[in-house]
Design a protein around this ligand. Sequence first.
Ligand code: SAM
Length: 183
Amino acid sequence: MIIMKSWQRSLLKLLNQESAPKVFFGTGTKEGVTTAIVAAKAKFVTQIYTVELSEALYRKASGKEFKNKDKVTFIHGDSRDVTPKYTRSIREPVFWYLDAHYCITKDREAAPNSFPLWGELEAVRDRGIAGDMVWIDDTHTFGKARPDLQQPWEDVTDKSILKFMGRSVRKSEMIGKGFVLWL
Ligand SMILES: C[S@@+](CC[C@H](N)C(=O)[O-])C[C@H]1O[C@@H](n2cnc3c(N)ncnc32)[C@H](O)[C@@H]1O
């Protein structure tokens, strides 16, 4: 049985609306927890892509067994390179779940330190597909100086994201720990 956190239930509620994109693309696979939940429980999602920078984490996540794993394509690579390739090649609406950044794993190991968010957002914005949705994870760190995370979160706020995305955004809302955009 999968035990879900409340933000994961919020994510699924969005995905389980018939009008939501049927393709899910996640950055920062880590151990594949959210990937497995989406595969098992998002009933309209037909295809899932997930990209991870750390080879060890990529191997760990892709080696796990879970329901509907055949829907998932695990990608080992840097989201800064991989995401723009997919923003160009997938020509239908996508749910972009952006969660790639430094973090500590369950085994207390440090995941690689990089912060691809702005490049990911640029690639999604510039592909210009109406119907895309974007979930930017970790709203609790927005606008904060987090030297412990070695990341520039202080530049990330709902306002700075909306300014960066410009007129591509039709609607936005804070949901769970995600800042969600409808393009
Ligand atoms: C917060 S964790 C992701 C948690 C995961 N989404 C989940 O729900 O279980 C962040 C992950 O992003 C990965 N990461 C960091 N920079 C990355 C990059 N440039 N490209 C791909 N993955 C990256 C880290 O290795 C780490 O595994």
